[in-house]
Unconditional design. Structure first.
Length: 313
């Protein structure tokens, strides 16, 4: 995933439409202002937000050129629509009109319509369908077979332990002090989590998410979870739909929509500066911990060395 820096003469027009969405309910509140100010800092702008005027769909299409920049702008529009904690019918409709003018069609527009219409079950399924754990479960089932899937589901349901998997993960507590494996084992036990394979444990693929917590240093409170999901988004390649990580986090920890079975129900946790900082750290990372990265040969390696190697600062 890459951010495309808008040209200086284009940035204010993007900010104009973002402000329009922020004010679709008649208010420009503190959270919306903070989000636009953070975006300005990210792209080097210093425009007076209060002086920004409305922009028509046709003018926006003339001012903003290039498919990547247009797609990036539409996704920024989605986040602005969510930052106040709800999606109105007016916001969803405005998004569709401006995205249509830009020739951008993303699954996020359907999600926004579900949220505006209060179809929360559909919104949950839409988000869960796009999240990486589902894809990984399918991939591992193809690789390891239905027997592996049956054992994993039995452990998740608390019916029985998968001793082989659980033993492999519990043994990481014996890795050298300061190593990736020891840090992961301490992360699991200090947070009161289950190791994969234990009764009631999450699917094994969640280990990649937990290891990202370890690598990045982000906590497991709602703010930390949003940061680690933003970090994931930065690490992803565009074809893997990196924005899905951000949407998942915003739904779980800002809108309070329970997508995963361990959702906290927290609301209003979106802190734009922290989320953007985490996203930028992910962009600088040389690996994608959720795709194509095998941690097992690295479990005895010092965590400090690994962070330096993969560009986590």
């Amino acid at each position: 995933m890459e951010f495309q820096r808008p040209p200086p003469d284009v940035l204010p027009h993007g900010l104009r439409v973002l402000k329009m969405l922020a004010m679709a309910d008649g208010r420009f509140d503190a959270s919306e202002r903070a989000l636009l100010e953070t975006a300005q800092r990210l792209f080097g702008g210093d425009h007076d937000l209060d002086a920004l005027t409305a922009i028509s769909p046709d003018e926006l299409a003339r001012r903003v050129q290039g498919p990547a920049l247009r797609r990036q702008l539409v996704r920024a529009m989605v986040i602005v629509s969510l930052v106040d904690g709800e999606v109105s019918t007016e916001e969803a409709r405005m998004l569709e009109i401006y995205a249509g003018a830009l020739g951008v069609d993303t699954p996020d527009l359907t999600l926004m319509r579900h949220l505006a219409d209060r179809h929360l079950v559909r919104a949950r399924f839409d988000l869960a369908r796009r999240f990486f754990a589902r894809e990984k479960m399918i991939e591992l089932t193809r690789e390891k077979g239905l027997g592996w899937l049956a054992r994993s589901l039995a452990a998740m349901a608390g019916l029985r332990e998968d001793a082989e998997i659980a033993g492999r993960y519990r043994a990481l507590a014996g890795c050298p002090e300061g190593s990736l494996g020891r840090a992961y084992a301490e992360f699991v036990t200090s947070n009161g989590f289950s190791f994969p394979g234990e009764k009631g444990s999450p699917p094994e693929v969640i280990t990649l998410h937990d290891l990202t917590h370890v690598l990045s240093g982000y906590g497991t409170d709602p703010h930390g979870e949003l940061e680690v999901l933003a970090f994931h988004a930065g690490c992803q390649r565009e074809e893997k739909d990196p924005f899905a990580f951000l949407m998942f986090g915003i739904a779980e920890f800002h809108l309070g929509i329970a997508v995963s079975p361990v959702a906290t129900g927290a609301r209003g946790m979106l802190d734009p500066p922290r989320v953007f900082a985490a996203l930028q750290r992910g962009l600088a990372c040389k690996i994608d911990p959720t795709d194509g990265w095998d941690p097992w040969p690295l479990m005895d390696r010092p965590l400090v060395e690994l962070r330096a190697e993969v560009g986590i600062v």
